[in-house]
Ligand binder design. Structure first.
Ligand code: ADP
Ligand code: ZN
Length: 206
């Protein structure tokens, strides 16, 4: 079973893709997490990607496609994967069609205004990569998974969020019509509370 989670930044794709991954016992592949890991480790790919990511731009298709192909060749992907943040452009969708059969695309629907508000509270753990929101943290501002102090992603600064939204509308939104035409698209409203969205995602996959 191969599932794509499609949606703008801040739509909760990562959170819900992770839950579905755990429920179904198939890995989640987040190109954003993979790129941040490469950047943290200062690999050649990470160094090449960094300026794009920090500016809120997309990393060039060739780099991301190659990285994804290598990941998909690993044995844990044999029984399907959850794609989170890939594909993000039509060329990426076409490249993916050559290497995997997609069963369903969950489109996370949320208005831009809600996104901007949400992203201001987003925090990430520099140690384990866990993403969370200040409203879910209570008094402690440390990582609920590993205890490390949380940080704000550079690309979550307000100007960059607006840029990422522009990039989403220009380059990623066309994938909605693309997958709709292929009969694969299911929508899940993700503008409400986490548990409401979780139910919507479940319904979309039922
Ligand atoms: P979000 O969904 O919140 O924007 P991600 O972690 O998925 O966050 O992506 C963060 C950044 O990583 C993107 O803004 C982009 O620069 C880069 N990136 C991630 N996935 C891709 C991709 N498939 N193609 C190009 N760039 C990507
Ligand atoms: Zn952590």
């Amino acid at each position: 079973m191969n599932i794509i989670f499609l949606g703008p930044p801040g739509s909760g794709k990562g959170t819900h893709a992770q839950r579905v991954s755990e429920d179904m016992g198939i890995p989640r592949i987040s190109t954003g997490d993979m790129l941040r890991e490469q950047m943290k480790n200062g690999t050649p790919l990470g160094r090449e990607a960094q300026a794009f990511v920090e500016a809120g731009e997309l990393v060039p298709d060739g780099l991301v496609i190659k990285m994804l192909q290598e990941r998909l060749a690993q044995p844990d992907c044999a029984h399907g994967v959850i794609f989170d943040g890939f594909p993000r452009t039509l060329p990426q969708a076409e490249a993916l069609a050559q290497i995997a059969d997609i069963d369903v695309v969950v489109n996370m629907e949320i208005p831009d205004e809600v996104i901007v508000e949400r992203m201001q509270g987003r925090r990430v753990c520099p140690a384990c990569g866990h993403t969370t929101h200040v409203e879910q943290l209570g008094d402690s501002q440390s990582c609920p998974k590993c205890g490390q102090g949380l940080t704000i992603r550079k690309d979550d600064l307000p100007e960059t969020v607006l840029q990422r939204l522009r990039v989403y509308h220009e380059q990623t939104q066309p994938l909605i019509a693309h997958y709709q035409a292929l009969g694969l698209l299911r929508s899940a409203d993700s503008s409400g509370a986490v548990e409401t969205t979780r139910a919507n995602v479940r319904a979309a996959l039922a």
